[in-house]
Design a protein around this ligand. Structure first.
Ligand SMILES: C[S@@+](CC[C@H](N)C(=O)[O-])C[C@H]1O[C@@H](n2cnc3c(N)ncnc32)[C@H](O)[C@@H]1O
Length: 430
């Protein structure tokens, strides 16, 4: 989509127009921003700094969309305004308010973009963008004072309310107020290729590495290590601290019989495979065959071969295991910093009910295939109690030989990381 929209019109170097087209794809065509942005990076049609600027504008506008729309709608008639022009105004406000770009400079560029969209609207964009610099306009003035902070952070009211009900007002507010923060890069060392000690010796100073307090094989850095040499050579795998912890909690031994029930894109699977003996094949399921390439590209980069993946539902599990990882499909509300589009998704009750049921069924099926004294780790990247603590509570009520030996809800504001839930369950002999 991008290539045709952008390059054929010979505006390939116009970062604002490209950002606008990507946002159009996200908001109007339900496309994933990550995919469109990766496509853009791969075209190599722009300089690295322009691409970085597009990433910032796209993610920033999605993060604050609810707020930007609220402010812009004070001075336009949304029903009568071309949607692309509305997007342009959101982008303009984002740059003026959040990137501190001077109004005149934003305006000059915006008028050029407006001329491409519809020459007749350039004057309207010019006049409206001038108004967007008015600080009074930025104020949130709504009847329900409770929703003021969520609105300022571009956080949906319904999600805020549900977090408040699940936990407390304080926790809900902290989640909201940290939801647009930039996290550090966290990664683990691929000990298939290099030991942690050796890696630290070589790169501790170069990347100003900090050791994670959550997981054993985990480092944090402000340095963008994507596509650096250590990344390309498969010496590291970018992964959240809590995801690494989920695998470490499996207490793997070299000969453990282990399965990863939902494995794409292979982050946890590759860690599991590197912890067991190279001759010990790790089983895995993944229902979505479209994710085959990304899984194998990750495994190949890391030099991992001891996996046996079946592309079908994990409900087909038919062997018994000593260790089971169920990193379940979930709503994803824990990773809004990385995927802000999730908070704008419309989840129907029917979809959510189907998701809860699937998590429940996978958990039950997995546990039935766990050997006595075995360990099952259930994890999700969400902060929604129904998918986490409540799911486990019902499971424990139904399975008297299941013992919860570790449970933690990470919210993502504690160490400026992401929200994640882990429950470690042991199967007792009946
Ligand atoms: C949270 S992701 C797994 C992430 C992975 N464990 C990792 O660390 O890279 C959940 C995955 O479950 C897959 N999935 C959904 N339903 C499934 C099912 N019934 N059986 C197997 N996989 C399923 C989804 O396609 C998705 O790739």
């Amino acid at each position: 989509m991008l290539t045709s929209l952008v390059l054929n019109k010979m505006h390939s170097n116009n970062a604002r127009l490209i950002s606008l087209n990507i946002l159009y794809g996200v908001f109007k065509e339900d496309k994933q921003p990550n995919k469109l942005l990766n496509e853009l990076s791969n075209t190599k049609a722009m300089s690295k700094s322009d691409i970085a600027f597009v990433f910032k504008m796209v993610y920033g506008t999605i993060q604050y969309k609810i707020y930007l729309e609220y402010v812009v709608n004070k001075i336009i008639k949304p029903n009568k305004t071309n949607y692309k022009i509305q997007l342009l105004l959101w982008l303009n406000l984002y740059q003026i308010k959040f990137l501190n770009t001077p109004q005149y400079s934003v305006n000059n560029e915006a008028v050029e973009v407006a001329k491409i969209i519809d020459n007749n609207l350039a004057g309207f964009v010019n006049a409206t963008t001038k108004k967007l610099a008015n600080l009074d306009l930025w104020k949130v003035d709504i009847k329900n004072n409770q929703n003021k902070i969520p609105l300022e952070y571009g956080f949906p009211f319904w999600l805020y309310k549900s977090l408040e009900q699940d936990y407390s007002k304080e926790i809900a507010l902290q989640i909201v107020q940290s939801s647009n923060n930039q996290t550090m890069f966290s990664f683990r060392v691929n000990e298939n290729k290099i030991s942690q000690i050796e890696f630290e010796k070589l790169y501790k100073h170069k990347f100003n590495l900090k050791k994670s307090k959550i997981a054993k094989n985990c480092y944090l850095t402000d340095f963008n290590i994507i596509n650096t040499q250590v990344f390309d050579q498969g010496l590291v795998f970018i992964q959240d601290e809590t995801s690494i912890l989920a695998v470490e909690l499996l207490d793997l031994e070299k000969q453990s019989k282990v399965i990863d029930m939902c494995c794409a894109p292979g982050g946890k699977l590759s860690y599991i495979a590197s912890l067991v003996d190279k001759k010990n094949l790790v089983d895995a399921f993944e229902i979505n065959e479209n994710k085959k390439n990304i899984i194998y590209s990750n495994l190949n980069r890391l030099g991992i071969n001891n996996v046996n993946i079946e592309f079908k539902s994990a409900l087909n599990i038919n062997k018994k295991y000593e260790r089971i990882l169920l990193d379940a499909p979930c709503s994803g509300f824990g990773v809004l910093k990385r995927k802000p589009d999730i908070k704008l998704k419309k989840f129907s009750k029917k979809d959510m009910d189907a998701l809860y049921q699937l998590q429940f069924d996978l958990l039950q099926k997995g546990f039935e295939h766990l050997l006595d004294e075995g360990i099952l780790v259930y994890s999700t990247c969400t902060i929604n109690k129904k998918e986490n603590q409540n799911q486990i509570k019902v499971f424990l009520d139904n399975n008297k030989n299941a013992k919860l030996i570790f449970e933690k809800q990470f919210f993502g504001f504690e160490g400026n990381n992401n929200g994640f839930y882990i429950a470690k369950i042991k199967k007792l002999k009946k």
